[in-house]
Write a protein of this length. Structure first.
Length: 404
């Protein structure tokens, strides 16, 4: 069959790869001039837009837990090299107080300072482990249509830390996390909080390159779709330059807020399922500024570092270990820490368009999964799974299985 894929991010590229492998003629339409979606690897699919830099650094997706089983299986199939990475974390408060993970404590403190830092950490981890046990046997039905704030009710540093992990995972502002759907959020915390992690050698985008080496279909970049019209036996797609295409099926691998905007003929059920989704527009910064750590006496940053400023919570991810960089310069990826980063230390500023996860938008998510394929229309994306990279890969596998 002739199949159109709308979107060249992770879910779109993996769907295209799998359908191409199954013998279908696949065409990818991507509105940006590059592929990869949320995958933004400096000096792979993007170039630095603020200062010169020759390192391969991540500006989007960073690392992967070992229980991303479908992702790991795909990497093995594509012959992509993975490497273990030891993840550390720290919480830094405006008054100078901080809580550090064991990895970070070992790298920065000795003696009595080491002991005090460890006691703080153990208290935090004990609370997190308690929540992990409490939620591990909670039936999924009890999580549906509930905000995560229902399960993180107390105002305490443990709950803030868990919300910060959500902020990091989904690139959403901290103040929006309370209304995050518990059905997705609790499962994420439950499954990924106490696991080991790996990184992709030579950059996350290298696995997209491996797909491109094998892909036999067509790819259109920098195109604007003005019409997607579906009939009983075909799908018609028109571009802004007037060119029209005819397909048997269409796969939407876009953020969910784009589906209704792209469909020329959405039915009432599709409008119900997708109209609640909104855009989450965020910015990340690749930089070399370490001054935010100096005031806390920290010499070596970690991969999950959270800072509270007068503009709220943000995170800083130390890229040297995550990207396998050997350099005297300390490279980082920051979110919502603009006021802590000197302008002359910025290498790249990256805009991201991701789903805004709310209880309201998530209400009909399972219906989208159950009705996938109706009206010659399929949907792929991380939002149909765990909201992370594993969800993107799993949704692509599901679409390929449905089409056959």
């Amino acid at each position: 069959m002739k199949i159109a894929i709308i979107g060249g991010g992770a879910s779109g590229m993996v769907t295209a790869y799998l359908l191409d492998k199954q013998g279908h003629h696949v065409t990818i339409f991507e509105k940006k001039p590059i592929l990869g979606g949320h995958i933004r690897t400096l000096n792979k699919n993007i170039k630095p837009n603020q200062s010169d830099c020759e390192q391969i650094l991540e500006g989007g997706v960073l690392e992967f837990p070992l229980n991303f089983h479908n992702f790991l299986k795909l990497m093995q199939e594509l012959e992509v090299e993975l490497e273990p990475v030891h993840i550390g974390s720290g919480l830094f408060l405006p008054d100078g107080h901080h809580i550090l993970s064991s990895v970070m404590i070992q790298k920065n403190f000795t003696g009595i300072q080491h002991l005090i830092a460890s006691l703080r950490l153990n208290t935090l981890y004990a609370g997190a482990a308690g929540l992990w046990l409490k939620t591990h046997f909670t039936p999924t039905q009890q999580l549906q249509n509930q905000p995560i704030s229902k399960f993180l009710t107390r105002q305490c540093i443990r709950n803030d830390w868990l919300k910060l992990l959500m902020m990091y995972s989904y690139s959403m502002a901290f103040e929006l996390i309370d209304n995050f759907p518990a059905e997705m959020g609790i499962l994420t915390l439950r499954d990924y909080i106490f696991v080991n992690w790996v990184r992709v050698k030579r950059g996350v985008y290298s696995y997209i390159e491996k797909i491109l080496e094998r892909f036999r279909g067509e790819i259109f970049l920098n195109v604007e779709i003005v019409e997607i019209f579906r009939q009983a036996n075909d799908v018609r797609i028109a571009l802004s330059d007037g060119v029209k295409y005819l397909f048997d099926k269409v796969v939407f691998a876009t953020p969910p807020d784009q589906v209704i905007k792209l469909l020329s003929d959405p039915n009432n059920e599709e409008i119900k399922r997708f109209s609640g989704w909104q855009k989450n527009q965020v910015k990340t910064i690749i930089h070399t500024d370490t001054s935010m750590y100096a005031r806390h006496g920290i010499k070596e940053p970690a991969e999950f570092d959270f800072f509270k400023t007068n503009k709220g919570w943000g995170y800083n991810a130390y890229l040297n270990r995550l990207c396998g960089v050997s350099s005297s310069l300390q490279y980082s990826l920051a979110f919502n820490l603009d006021n802590l980063i000197a302008q002359n230390k910025i290498l790249h500023i990256q805009e991201h368009h991701t789903p805004l996860y709310t209880v309201e938008s998530f209400r009909y998510r399972n219906e989208i999964i159950m009705t996938n394929g109706e009206n010659n229309t399929y949907h792929a994306g991380a939002y149909l799974g765990d909201g992370l990279h594993e969800g993107a890969i799993t949704s692509a596998i599901r679409v390929a299985q449905l089409i056959g």
